[in-house]
Design a protein around this ligand. Sequence first.
Ligand code: NAY
Length: 290
Amino acid sequence: MKGIMTALITPFNEDGTLNDKGLREVVRHNIDVMGVDGLYIGGSTGESFLMDEAMRSELLKIVKEEAGDAVTLIAQIGSLNIEEAIRLGNEAKELGYDALSAITPYYYKFSFEEIKSYYERITEETNHPMVVYSIPVLTGTQMTIDDYGELLAIPNVVGVKYSDTNLSRLTKLKELYPDKVFYGGADDMLLQYIISGADGAIGSTYSLLGKQAKALFDALQNSELKEAKNLQLEMNQVIAKMESIGVYQTLKHVLKEQGVDAGFMKFPFKELTDDEKRQASEIVDILASG
Ligand code: NAY
């Protein structure tokens, strides 16, 4: 469960249906070319909040079929509809996913007690390892150390995908819960997350920067801080460019230029304009020269 995991994009056809062939290519690319340790399926990067349940279920089936047991697989099954989350969680468990993950329930301003009961209910009814997905920048839900502690005390909650950027809180959490697993979630801070106690990271840009991220992670395990810093700076040039154009769209564009059928975005996400495509193509050159 440790190391570098790609938050997988989902390739769609132009009409919004799932691009089965492209999805398999993206899975293969991450395992065979990037050499990442795991895949996180159906997260923010995977646009799963724009999909219906049948499509989410199909996504989980195809990825497992293609990846087999080659890498760790985590299925993000969170949904505002608890029954849907439980059904998807049980499906992922039956398919052989290593763990489930669920976004903190969003949109409504749920109380912490409500958030906690959501995790209790999903874990009780799926009885499978659960990674809490905390991403305040998208959900607006900020949790305290005590809140995280209460969630980590729920049976089957094995860790947190910590897309929170408060690093001193992360250090404290790892100190308090050394047996739980914590994943960093902002790719331009991978080095800082690991130094602050994270066991690994889950990020979208590792579909392109997986090798560098793995090298950075290994450098830190060997206390090679200077090497790690250089790798982070190199990665950040690409990440900043992606952020200025649109991370998910740029990922798909660059992968397609690299020969991987990453497909289209799901409505209402827009495709890149011609000018943005030209900017995104510069990343292809940067990666090829690195
Ligand atoms: C997911 O669920 O897809 C994620 O892991 C999210 C992590 C990404 N954050 C967002 C908001 O998409 O990888 C990061 C992010 O794309 C990267 O740091 C570049 O900003």
